[in-house]
Design a protein around this ligand. Structure first.
Ligand code: GCB
Length: 609
């Protein structure tokens, strides 16, 4: 393939993931908006009958899509008219919310569902711009506004938006989204995971109103020299020579930047009096950015994060990450959770466990989690679903992964709590995989040089000796923090085996044990060698913590997992019933015995030693 064709193919592929999408605006959370959450009409369409005609050609590619195309929200013109669907006669799904847990008949459904929301827009959009924003929809979304295609987005856990200024009418409007959660081998994640693939519009939907030229992107973060670095980007017709003012009243900071021809501006400010953000003192400052047209506020914490040999340095001081892994499920909401209350409940448990850190597995969680982590003083590891057996050789798969990390960085780049970007989970080494992860890590470092890179790796026998374990993975050289999952005593022998293991980890880098755990059914009691009992899990935690404490470079732990979660892989009747039972808390909110073992370990951990 010639270089030109290869580049053209790449550009086409990268466009595929965000067709029509405008570059993502930062801090959608705090902008003036109109919520489109609530009841949406839905049509289940396993054959994608509303998308393709009977020759299997997409309606949207036809000059006249006709009345079979669901995105036109067609109505019968008169009694002779043939229209074979009617959104308004269908039932509702609550948005945000997955469809699997709202409708019994959709419990295991994977495929296409069409969702439609009609709404009145009462204001005039004159002098304003309006964007349709989705917090996330799993997995592929084709988005239509008043019958016109806005674009398509791929990836189930990151935000996307489209400008609708020119489509919006004063009066009635409608949005139709075709959401498809079919698992596909070359997607991210791939076919094979250990969590349920909840489909639907799982996070908030809103119309965001901005001025014609607005502050679309900004970073206000401390650099390693403890200077506040500010970067801004405008979007709109008046980009050049605009004054952007940054106010941080509590620090007596009020400074202006003048933008260049492409609407960018940069500034570094020193401040003597910053109270640094940390888990003990999660100080957030009110920050205001304004132009003659626009004004946006944020709550930002200032801290530095770095490593030195085996130490993780928060504001220059060594810290031990007392963590726990979490899936985005909570006992309050059945299914995929999204509300602030869900996030509060999960993070309250995290605090009561004595943690200062969470691993948000295995995909970007909703923004409430990160905002609350900022407020509550909990450090965060964020990851994308590059999990197990990804199609490493496929260029489109790589672009998809890169797009997902890029979107979550844009969303969370101003959150002090986020300290680690994780590239992947338990991925088998090969030349193609090493190349993929290396490229992804480089992309991530270039986009966000202020945070640490890691990936949950696996451990290996050292020089063939089963009792000595090491990390034998080329990614160890790239990672700032060396993390690995291990299940000695669960998948790998019985619990006594923990007493026979030694560690030989060569790298002089911080080590995090990113997973360990055992399944236990809440309320099931027995001997400590009986699988599935709370006693087995409790004993495994006791022995594992002793075992991993022998790793000299150990600077963090995030056992698997806070709460039992749904997984179709887990079919054992009366015990699993489609739940992964490695939670320290049941799906109904009951704490198991191992919860208190981990709490005791964290409460007793004195750091620095
Ligand atoms: C792992 C995976 C996690 C699984 C867990 C388990 O290593 O990273 O996604 O759920 O093991 O329970 O087997």
């Amino acid at each position: 393939m010639s270089k030109f064709i290869a580049t053209a193919v790449l550009l086409f592929l990268s466009a595929f993931h965000l067709i029509g999408q405008n570059s993502l605006m930062v801090n959608a959370y705090n902008r003036a908006s109109i919520s489109l959450n609530g009841d949406w009409k839905y049509i289940v369409d396993p054959y994608e009958n509303g998308f393709y005609n009977y020759r299997y050609q997409p309606f949207e590619n036809q000059d006249n899509p006709g009345k079979g195309a669901f995105f036109t929200n067609a109505k019968r013109a008169d009694k002779a008219d043939l229209v074979e669907y009617d959104f308004d006669k269908m039932e509702d799904l609550k948005i945000p919310g997955d469809w699997n847990s709202q409708e019994e008949k959709l419990f295991y459904y994977e495929g296409t569902v069409w969702l439609k929301k009609s709404f009145e827009y009462k204001r005039t959009a004159k002098g304003k711009r309006v964007f349709l924003y989705f917090g996330a929809a799993n997995y592929r979304s084709d988005v239509y506004f008043n019958g016109k295609k806005l674009g398509a987005h791929v990836g189930g856990f990151t935000p996307f938006q489209y400008e609708v200024t020119d489509h919006l009418k004063v009066g009635s409007n409608f949005v139709v989204v075709k959401v498809d959660n079919k698992r596909i081998k070359h997607e991210v994640p791939t076919l094979n995971t250990d969590w349920w693939n909840y489909g639907g519009i799982t996070r908030d939907v809103k119309l965001i109103e901005t001025s014609e030229t607005f502050i679309s992107d900004y970073v206000v973060q401390l650099d390693s020299n403890k200077l506040i670095n500010i970067k801004v980007q405008l979007d709109g017709p008046e980009l050049a020579k605009q004054a952007v003012t940054i106010d941080i009243p509590a620090l007596n900071i009020s400074k202006s930047i003048v933008t260049n021809a492409s609407g960018k501006g940069m500034l570094s400010i020193s401040s003597e009096n910053i109270a640094y953000w940390s888990p003990d003192s999660p100080k957030l400052y009110q920050v205001k950015l304004s132009t003659s047209q626009d004004e946006i506020e944020d709550q930002i914490g200032f801290r530095t994060i770095d490593t030195n040999g085996p130490d993780i340095l928060l504001n220059g001081k060594s810290i031990f990450l007392k963590g726990i892994s979490i899936h985005e499920e909570s006992p309050i909401t059945k299914g995929r959770c999204n509300s602030k209350d869900d996030a509060k409940q999960l993070l309250k448990w995290v605090k009561s466990l004595g943690c200062n850190y969470v691993r948000l597995a295995h995909y970007p969680h909703n923004e409430h989690m990160i905002r609350l982590a900022d407020e509550m003083g909990i450090l965060v590891w964020e990851e994308i679903p590059v999990y197990w057996t990804i199609a490493w050789e496929n260029e489109e798969t790589y672009i998809n992964a890169e797009n997902q990390i890029s979107e979550v960085i844009t969303r969370d780049q101003n959150r002090a709590s986020v300290i680690i970007w994780s590239m992947a989970n338990e991925t088998p080494t090969s030349e193609a995989r090493n190349h993929f992860l290396g490229k992804l890590a480089k992309f991530t470092k270039d986009k966000d040089p202020t945070r640490l890179i890691s990936a949950a790796l696996e451990q290996h026998n050292f020089q063939g000796n089963k009792n000595v374990r090491t990390i034998d993975d080329p990614f160890a050289k790239i990672a700032d923090v060396l993390s690995f999952n291990q299940y000695i005593g669960w998948y790998d022998g019985n619990i006594e085996k923990c007493q026979t293991i030694q560690w030989n980890i060569q790298e002089n880098k911080p080590v995090i044990v990113s997973e360990f755990g055992a399944g236990a059914k809440f309320g099931l009691h027995g001997d400590k060698d009986e699988r599935w009992t709370e006693e087995y899990q409790e004993y495994l935690y006791q022995e594992t913590l002793k075992m991993i404490d022998q790793i000299d470079q150990l600077r963090g732990v995030s056992p698997w997992i806070l709460v039992d979660f749904r997984s179709p892989r887990r079919v054992l009747p009366e015990i699993q019933d489609n739940y992964n039972r490695k939670g320290l808390i049941s799906e109904n909110g009951e704490k198991k015995k191992a919860f208190f073992v981990l709490k005791k370990y964290y409460d007793a951990k004195v750091w620095p030693k």
